[in-house]
Design a protein around this ligand. Sequence first.
Ligand code: 4NP
Length: 152
Amino acid sequence: MTSVLFVCLGNICRSPLAEGLFVHQVAKAGLSHQFSADSAGTGDWHAGELPDPRSRAVAAKHGVLLPSLARQITPRDLVSHGYILCMDRQNLANVAALGPVQGELLLLGQFDPQGVHEVPDPYWGTDADFEAVFQQISRSTSAFLAHLTGAR
Ligand code: 4NP
């Protein structure tokens, strides 16, 4: 089983979408026995909360479930995932500053076929920003899954 942790700042907008999309795509590919996913925030302000209503709305519109409640990343996370995929460079720097990571610590956007390396924070944005972030994350998690499975 390969475990993937998706990380953003608050764990209410971007990383819950990445987790939900990856789980959705893994299930569609019939690979749920091979890959598991979780998400976390570098900050703790929203711990225990449901994802942002705008993330829930865009996910529901596309038939994607967002299963987890917000939580802050823990020291244990650094050594319990094969991949820690961050939404932006600040998230990545904040995770790296927590200590050595056992798996691979990368930007999710590294896998974006359109080459957009950071997922912008939509928190202060509009519904259209959430839709754009959804599409960006979706194509990136899909390409990441293809990378994991060696598909072309
Ligand atoms: P996220 O978005 O990192 O994608 O979950 C944010 C959520 C909350 C805040 C910032 C970004 N905040 O400042 O509370």
